[in-house]
Design a protein around this ligand. Structure first.
Ligand code: F0G
Length: 387
């Protein structure tokens, strides 16, 4: 696979930002595969006992950068559930809704899909250390995969803005923690202070390749029927770049015949959001996210903290749960459904829509955030408790 700058199209290095400032991206080029055969092979791999194919990423090897099998570092990521949710559909006001729960990955977030590829590539290239700036999930994932690969890991995080659970994961997996005063954006600017370490933020093109497999996971779980909408939270905007790339490639390969629309949900700015994972002022993948929104006839919207916490409580009371940033997906679907009602002239999600909401992180990732569940639960003890 070739690598090109996603902005200017120049030939690029998968780990280097282009001279024009654009980010490097792998291109499938004129790869031609029989879509029916590919679906079958992936299905057979899922059922096989080959350890590599216990990964929901590496089952898609033909569509990933070539990395020697011996260098591949996997924790059997990518085998996540698509939970149909009638209650969630009612809450949002749509006919059909399901949660793709990427929090059910080895380190509890979607980052594992990308990290298995980025760390494997670093190992294959002979790197000794890796580094990232993070609101917590990227760094937890990096720490685990680096430990598994025998690489040193440096996590640069904004002091006081990362949940205890994520910090605990980084320490548990032996990463060096570097706390900087300021925001995620300040942490990102400090990346250059760590020398001789491969950057595994989503500016690393290998990350995007792994994370694009979330699109394949949605499609496979739905027997290759394309939903009307895919909703996901956005922070640094790497994930929308990755998932849209997955859908675009599935279309180019003939695995599907149309694209879903995309709802990109961001936390309202200017407040200290409880969705700390997506509190990012200056997303590094802004350009490619904007292109994806255009290509997928998508909508970008902001949701309030209240809307996020309300949606989180809904997901919790369904027995599923997620971290606050993830609940932005459901909050966004609900808001876009309401805007359809209120302003028929404007765009939104129609009542008969078939929606997949992506949950990016596990409920235990951020336990500081107070649950609204108690407030929503029916009052009284239903007679089970003897007083
Ligand atoms: N949801 C969660 C739980 C996240 O941790 C992140 C990003 C996002 C959504 C947004 O994804 O950045 O690709 O648009 N977390 C990064 C981190 C910033 O450092 O863990 P994105």
């Amino acid at each position: 696979m070739n690598v090109k700058c996603s902005d200017c199209g120049a030939v690029a290095d998968p780990l280097e930002i282009c001279r024009c400032g654009g980010l490097p991206e792998f291109v499938l080029g004129d790869l031609r595969l029989d879509p029916v055969g590919l679906r079958r092979v992936v299905r057979e791999r899922r059922a096989s006992y080959e350890p590599l194919f216990a990964s929901g990423v590496w089952r898609w090897r033909e569509l990933l950068p070539a990395i020697p099998a011996a260098a591949i570092v996997s924790l059997a990521e990518g085998n996540v559930p698509l939970y149909p949710s009638e209650a969630g559909a009612r809450y949002a006001g749509v006919d059909r809704l399901a949660y793709l729960h990427l929090g059910m990955n080895p380190t509890g977030s979607f980052k594992d899909l990308g990290m298995t590829v980025a760390i494997s590539a670093a190992k294959a290239a002979g790197a000794r250390a890796v580094v990232c700036a993070s609101t917590g999930n990227t760094a937890s994932s990096m720490a685990a995969y680096a430990a598994r690969a025998g690489l040193d890991a440096y996590a640069i995080v904004p002091r006081g803005r990362v949940s205890d659970a994520k910090l605990a994961q980084m320490r548990e997996y032996g990463a060096q923690l570097i706390e900087v005063d300021g925001s995620f954006d300040d942490a990102f600017a400090s990346l250059q202070d760590v020398r001789d370490a491969a950057v595994v933020n989503s500016v690393n093109a290998y990350r995007i390749e792994g994370q694009k497999c979330a699109a394949f996971a949605i499609l496979e779980a739905r027997a290759w029927s394309v939903p009307d909408w895919v909703a996901l939270p956005g922070g640094n905007l790497g994930n929308i770049s990755a998932i849209s790339k997955g859908f675009r490639e599935a279309l180019a390969l003939g695995l599907i015949e149309k694209l879903p629309r995309i709802a990109l949900v961001r936390a309202a700015r200017g407040v200290d959001t409880t969705a700390s994972a997506i509190a990012i002022g200056n997303p590094k993948s802004r350009n490619r996210a904007s292109r994806a929104l255009e290509h997928f006839n998508g909508i970008e919207l902001e949701v309030s903290d209240d809307a996020i916490l309300d949606a989180k409580a809904q997901i919790g009371r369904e027995g599923i749960g997620c971290e606050p940033a993830s609940a932005a997906s459901l909050a966004g679907v609900r808001a876009l459904r309401q805007s359809f009602d209120n302003l028929r002239m404007t765009d939104g999600i129609a009542p008969d829509a078939d929606v997949v909401a992506i949950l990016t992180g596990h409920v235990l990732k951020d336990a500081r955030v107070p649950s609204k569940l108690a407030a929503l639960a029916p009052q009284g003890d239903k007679g089970y408790v003897r007083r």
